[in-house]
Design a protein around this ligand. Structure first.
Ligand SMILES: Nc1ncnc2c1ncn2[C@@H]1O[C@H](COP(=O)(O)OP(=O)(O)O)[C@@H](O)[C@H]1O
Ligand SMILES: [Mg+2]
Length: 395
């Protein structure tokens, strides 16, 4: 199948020239043209090209803004920026906006074809590997747990669910088991009209049909959410048996089930931990967290779930006087992944109701969450490499 290319440039002659060059290659098909950024955004949605060749300076909407909008839509289109000499600053912005590569005008036939094919191949390889893996694997229940409120469980759960949806394009569920003070709905700006509290009060079995009617869609991402009760006192309605049944049914319909929890061993939390394929224990670099985490690990050890615990160090870049090695030594374990501290982006995202993986996909914390999502899909093999990155990020 030919590589579908869209050409966005305000100069007709340039578009004609590029079209002529590309027509010589049977692997490439020009599917459309746009004379400004806004048109390009519209045409990408309509034509779903593999590649956009994007000029920077265009009327109505420039190429960088268009690149940002197209990347934000998270389609499978890669953008190659065409710039003239001396636009270095713009180039940097364009790459930050999500462009995959750039090419300097005037370019030769070979340069153009080479760049298009390289970008296309790279994207396809990246996508194929991860998507295939996601489709082939068994349903995965991944629970975020931690011994403290405010440690980042909800932030990571919500953004991780969205990132998993983005990198795998499979069915992703997000379950809020912080039954008294669940924050997932608010973080996603969802109206929790129907929650787990109403679900468990329904007469009859919790089957696929009933449960699905309670899985609220988060439209911007495609993740489906089971919200926590609106009233804290309703948390007590949810029993161990309910929770077991909910996970049983979810596993029939979702590839990834991400669970947010409260910071204690409640019955529903225990069910989630028990059912999990992987438990992501969120830790930070401070003494109390270490002390409590050790106690929690002790309990998990006795419940036979220690083997599936992996540690995620949140705010890994915050300077606290404590080092990663200290933490690992105290917990007698290796940290699996790190999420940098970025209060501005994290708090901004909550205030806007748009998780940063969607709203600020190029921020350092969004990128690390996306990396965590790909590590989860790839499985434990991704462990070793991350270690070096983690150290590099902290020191
Ligand atoms: N990596 C981070 N950098 C900066 N702030 C963070 C980070 N992770 C979480 N936060 C902030 O910390 C607060 C508590 O996070 P939250 O995810 O609600 O914790 P928990 O669910 O464990 O109680 C929130 O205001 C959130 O924006
Ligand atoms: Mg929380």
């Amino acid at each position: 199948m030919a590589i579908k290319v869209l050409i966005a440039d305000d100069v007709v002659e340039t578009r004609d020239n590029i079209r002529r060059l590309l027509s010589l290659d049977k692997d490439i098909q020009v599917v459309g043209e746009a004379s400004n950024g806004r048109e390009a955004v519209g045409e990408v949605a309509r034509l779903e090209p593999d590649i956009v060749l994007m000029d920077i300076n265009m009327p109505i909407m420039d190429g960088i803004t268009a690149t940002e909008q197209i990347s934000f839509q998270k389609n499978e289109t890669s953008i190659i920026i065409m710039s003239v000499q001396g636009e270095r600053e713009y180039l940097k912005k364009a790459m930050l906006a999500g462009a995959r590569d750039y090419i300097i005008k005037p370019f030769s036939n070979d340069e153009l074809l080479g760049t298009i094919k390289r970008v296309y191949d790279m994207e396809r390889r990246k996508r194929d590997g991860i998507v295939r893996k996601a489709f082939d694997s068994e349903p995965q229940i991944i629970t975020l747990f931690g011994t403290k409120g405010g440690i980042g469980k909800t932030t990571i759960a919500v953004n991780l669910a969205i990132a998993l949806k983005q990198v795998t394009n499979t069915e992703v569920a997000l379950v809020d088991l912080d039954l008294q003070f669940g924050d997932v709905a608010a973080t996603l700006n969802i109206m929790p009209r129907q929650t787990i509290a109403e679900l468990v009060q329904e007469s009859g079995d919790i089957d696929t049909e009933l449960l699905e009617s309670y899985m609220l869609p988060h439209k911007p991402s495609g993740v489906r959410v089971l919200c926590a009760p609106v009233k804290p006192e309703h948390s007590e309605l949810v029993t161990q048996a309910h929770t077991e049944q909910i996970f049983k049914v979810l596993k029939q319909n979702y590839k990834y089930i991400i669970v947010d929890t409260s910071s204690y061993f409640s019955d529903p939390n225990l069910v989630a931990l028990e059912a999990s394929n992987q438990i992501l224990m969120v830790v930070t670099l401070d003494l109390l967290t270490i002390k409590d985490t050790k106690l929690a690990l002790h309990i998990m050890e006795s419940l036979n779930m220690r083997g599936k615990v992996d540690f995620v160090l949140n705010r890994s870049t915050d300077t606290t006087g404590m080092k990663l090695e200290d933490l690992e030594h105290a917990l007698d374990c290796e940290v699996w992944a790190g999420i940098p501290g970025n209060g501005k982006v994290a708090t901004g995202a909550i205030n806007k109701g748009i998780p940063f993986v969607l709203g600020q996909p190029t921020s350092n914390i969004a990128e690390e969450i996306t990396r965590l999502a790909t590590m989860i899909v790839k499985g434990k093999a991704a462990r070793k490499k991350q270690k070096h990155r983690l150290l590099a990020g902290i020191f």
